[in-house]
Design a protein around this ligand. Structure first.
Ligand SMILES: [Zn+2]
Ligand SMILES: [Zn+2]
Length: 715
């Protein structure tokens, strides 16, 4: 009986949206492995959820004037919807800020306490009387004793890079309220890793190498052991966290490194209240496979197992740690604040098939070193590997077989030529090797070998020339395509963990309903099956988009920063007293009073046509005197060969700002700009849309459109 597979992905911290690097780092990688395990026939449980506790959430809540819980709920939903979009198939997805989690952590605490695993230590820590709390090291600021930098933080000086303790700083102050903190004694509980280390080391020796932990997991863990393990605090002076069930600890919570890994257990308990024990308390029947990023190694290899193995019950310990390196974005770091890189929330908007993202991220999965997301590479791999190789093979063979032969597939096993036998042997051998790679968690290599198998299928089709052979020996041509249809089924199963939607389509086309590993490597078991009709699997991506996407996610500014363009409602229209071709309009743009705008719309629109319309108005154009009337703005219009059209939207609200798609609306445009500045802006109407450069202009999240003029200048 093979062991059950319990699979975890490191719990994402919920005070930000996940970027592509976070997604491939754990959640998506674990999903691929879990999907493989299910199709392989293993009893599988894939557990993940969000990690809510810690200083960063507490600080962010304070800044936004809300509660940490509200922040966590909001980001929990964002994470959940991003993962749903990515087709991540969790068996349990929960959160650490939940009553079950508190119960589990406190239970574990009592068990470890009974095992005498803790020591209490008292030390001085900076306390802010004004904020009425102890300050985390990085919330103390002061003068660096090494370089004199004035805003050094209590954990590290940003200027000279030296590591610091808060008490090293000269003229220390609270980073939140600037009051000088005082040192005050505080006690904390420590997990006595020094005492627990012999047992831990013995276990690590017997598991790391034997179960194929990734190299980074082994070396990082080994270097921790080499330095000698020290007691590590499990409590903190904070409010947002799991309460410590101990007298004298009423104002403290558990340190997040202690509670977060226990989330794997509490989330399983919440999802499977009646069966969680078989997943966590039967080490003889369950293997725990953990997926995480390299910054998380010691928490999973040292701290978490130290807790489990001393907690009075026979807990399932990690079987293998699958640790990824970092994915960077176009040779730099992802940054939400700088708008650099693609975040999970951007992906749905871009509208590419989700399998393209999954395929690309897995083919560059950062396994042995940091990797890069590159747009050019993304388009290249999707178009030239996925579409040209797999899409092409499916389409050619399905179409050819479907038009030339009818009826259910025949059993062709006994009628093979030497070349056909060789092809079958090659495929069987390759699928066996791919299975070994999957079992070892070598997800990138397994994908690479699967793609090579697709290439072998294309080559076989090409070499056998069934379109020629069919003229003289139709049975032989039919044998060739029947064999390749079996290979398509195998590819469907092999690719299902990576690109589940497309793989399901392949399987349906060849009449194999589900991805089942035990079917593959067999070239006669589709006999009697009627295949479906050929369906185009993928459309190629338009490479013309590459530059545009690069610019969009590069953190560059939108270019519209200077412009204050808003929705204004035309309240009244009068003839200009001095100029026969001008109107003077009063327009409500959401300011204290309406603005006056003189414009040459008279030839094109009657006053009645204009009143009540909501239009786009450039509000920060420097006021100009137009024959005795001060004009305080400009109504934007599309113009082509003396025809004019207004940009209008009945559902728009007065005062709404315009924004370039993919960029925030301008936050602080200057009070005035010249007409010349405006006329240099790259506005135009293309295919009925108002564009700024290559991107559509939005109001309230939807593009501004025209009806009459499909292409035009903007004035
Ligand atoms: Zn303070
Ligand atoms: Zn310094």
């Amino acid at each position: 009986m093979p062991k059950r597979k319990l699979i975890t992905s490191a719990l994402p911290y919920v005070n930000n949206a996940p970027h592509l690097g976070n997604i491939i780092g754990c959640v998506l990688s674990a999903d691929v492995f879990a999907r493989f395990c299910r199709s392989r026939g293993y009893e599988t449980l894939y557990v993940c959820g969000t990690d809510g506790y810690g200083t960063a959430t507490e600080t962010k809540a304070k800044k936004e004037g809300t509660t940490p819980e509200a922040i966590c709920q909001r980001f929990h939903q964002i994470h959940e919807s991003v993962y749903r979009y990515f087709n991540i198939q969790f068996d349990a997805f929960g959160k650490t800020f939940a009553p079950q989690h508190t119960q589990t952590v406190q239970h574990m605490y009592h068990a470890l306490k009974a095992a005498d695993a803790f020591v209490e230590k008292e030390k001085d820590a900076p306390f802010c009387n004004d904020c009425d709390k102890f300050l985390a090291d990085r919330f103390v600021e002061g003068v660096c004793p090494h370089c004199g930098y004035e805003h050094a933080r209590g954990d590290q000086c940003e200027s000279c890079g030296k590591l610091l303790n808060p008490e090293d700083l000269k003229q220390p102050s609270c980073a939140i309220c600037t009051t000088p903190p005082e040192m005050k004694s505080t006690k904390h509980l420590y997990l006595d890793l020094e005492k627990l280390s012999p047992k831990l080391e013995k276990w690590l020796e017997s598991t790391m190498g034997k179960h194929g932990w990734t190299l980074n997991a082994r070396t990082t863990t080994q270097s921790w052991l080499n330095q000698g393990l020290q007691p590590r605090p499990i409590t903190r002076d904070l409010k947002w966290g799991v309460a410590v069930p101990e007298a004298g600890y009423e104002h403290k919570v558990f340190y997040v490194w202690f509670d977060a890994p226990l989330g794997y257990i509490s989330i399983t308990q919440s999802a499977c209240p009646d069966s969680w024990q078989k997943w966590w308390l039967e080490p003889e029947n369950t293997e725990l496979h953990q997926f995480l990023g390299k910054d998380n190694i010691p928490f999973h290899s040292v701290m978490f197992p130290s807790c489990l193995m001393n907690a009075q019950q026979d807990w399932v310990l990690p079987h293998r740690l699958n640790v990824t390196e970092y994915l960077n974005y176009e040779n730099t770091k992802f940054s939400k604040s700088k708008n650099v890189g693609v975040f999970g929330t951007d992906v749905a908007e871009l509208g590419f098939p989700v399998d393209f993202w999954r395929f690309y991220l897995l083919s560059v999965r950062p396994e042995k070193q940091d990797a890069n997301f590159l747009w050019e590479d993304f388009f290249d791999k999707v178009n030239n590997e996925l579409v040209d190789n797999i899409g092409n093979l499916v389409n050619r063979v399905m179409t050819f077989h479907g038009t030339r032969f009818s009826g259910p597939l025949k059993n062709v096993a006994s009628a093979l030529t030497e070349a056909q036998q060789e092809f079958v042997a090659h495929c069987v051998d390759a699928t066996e090797k791919i299975a070994v790679l999957f079992e070892a968690g070598e997800l990138k290599d397994a994908l690479k070998q699967t793609m090579l198998l697709g290439k072998a299928g294309n080559k076989f089709f090409h070499d056998q020339q069934p379109w020629q052979v069919v003229k003289s020996a139709p049975e032989q041509a039919c044998v060739t395509t029947t064999l390749i249809l079996h290979l398509l089924r195998d590819l469907g199963v092999l690719l299902a963990p990576y690109i589940p939607e497309s793989a399901q389509k392949i399987l349906a086309m060849v009449g194999a309903p589900a991805a089942c590993w035990s079917d593959i490597g067999n070239f006669s078991n589709l006999a009697g099956v009627s295949i479906g009709s050929a369906e185009i699997l993928f459309e190629k991506l338009d490479v013309a988009l590459v530059e545009r996407l690069k610019a969009k996610f590069s953190g560059q500014s939108s270019g519209m920063e200077l412009l204050d363009i808003r929705v204004g409602e035309i309240l009244s229209v009068q003839d200009h007293p001095q100029a026969a071709h001008l109107y003077v309009q009063q327009i409500d743009v959401g300011q204290a009073r309406p603005i006056s705008v003189a414009s040459a719309l008279k030839k094109h629109f009657s006053a009645d046509e204009l009143v009540g319309k909501k239009v786009l108005v450039l509000v920060n154009l420097a006021p100009a005197d137009l024959r005795g009337v001060t004009s305080e703005g400009m109504v934007l219009v599309a113009e082509k060969r003396k025809k004019l059209e207004l940009f209008e939207g009945a559902a728009w609200q007065v005062g709404m700002a315009c924004a370039r798609e993919g960029y925030p609306s301008p936050q602080t445009p200057p009070a005035q700009i010249s007409f010349e500045t405006f006329s240099q802006q790259p506005f135009q109407v293309q295919e009925g849309k108002l564009m700024y450069g290559v991107d559509p202009v939005h109001v309230d999240g939807t593009p501004v459109t025209t009806h009459a003029l499909q292409s035009a200048k903007v004035k």
